[in-house]
Design a protein. Structure first.
Length: 189
């Protein structure tokens, strides 16, 4: 399987975009659904922070990511997780209480942005894999002409710097991400 991320890109994704804060919303949704035990599958697990939090809550966690480099971070953060190098759409789903796909994982599975969720073949498989009362927790970017995306974020932490900009051209239906990544190695940028 080809790598989605090279080592450096996996590091920057992990350090710059992985959500290290406790996933209170995910834990809250599971709790509201009465899901307090069992298996949770995290598609696109990247840095493993959600896996670690779910493990700490007593869940059996299974994570999948298309990058071995990204999984090397997840195994450090969530050593109790079962990890698989697999694209989300090819992931061999097992019976579980919940499936998460956070960080816009489902957005990367569609060719046609107009009918993205209708085209994603993984959704019926997730439905079949969930135990009765199970959940699919996901996030997606949706288009809206009234408030197009336009922002820039700068982050400077320890040995890396990221300049991330996003601009949506609603006339041409294009979302453009500009990412400039710098890493300090041996004191040199």
């Amino acid at each position: 399987m080809p790598e989605i991320h090279e080592e450096e890109l996996a590091y920057f994704h992990y350090a710059g975009f992985a959500n290290q804060s406790p996933p209170t919303a995910v834990l809250g949704l599971l709790n509201e659904a009465g899901i307090c035990t069992g298996t949770v599958v995290d598609l696109g697990c990247t840095g493993g922070y959600l896996l670690a939090a779910l493990t700490a809550e007593g869940f059996r966690v299974v994570g999948g990511d298309g990058s071995n480099a990204a999984l090397s971070f997840a195994i450090t953060v969530a050593p109790g997780a079962e990890l698989h190098c697999s694209y989300a759409e090819a992931f061999d789903l097992l019976v579980c209480r919940a499936v998460t796909a956070l960080g816009e994982v489902l957005c990367y599975l569609s060719i046609d942005d107009l009918h993205a969720l209708l085209e994603i073949a993984i959704l019926p498989r997730v439905f079949d894999a969930r135990a009765p009362g199970g959940l699919l927790i996901f996030d997606v970017v949706v288009r809206g002409d009234a408030n197009p995306f336009h922002y820039r974020q700068l982050r400077d932490v320890d040995d890396w710097f990221i300049d991330h900009g996003l601009l949506e051209d609603t006339r041409r239906h294009i979302l453009c991400r500009n990412i400039i990544l710098n890493q300090r190695v041996d004191g040199v940028w």
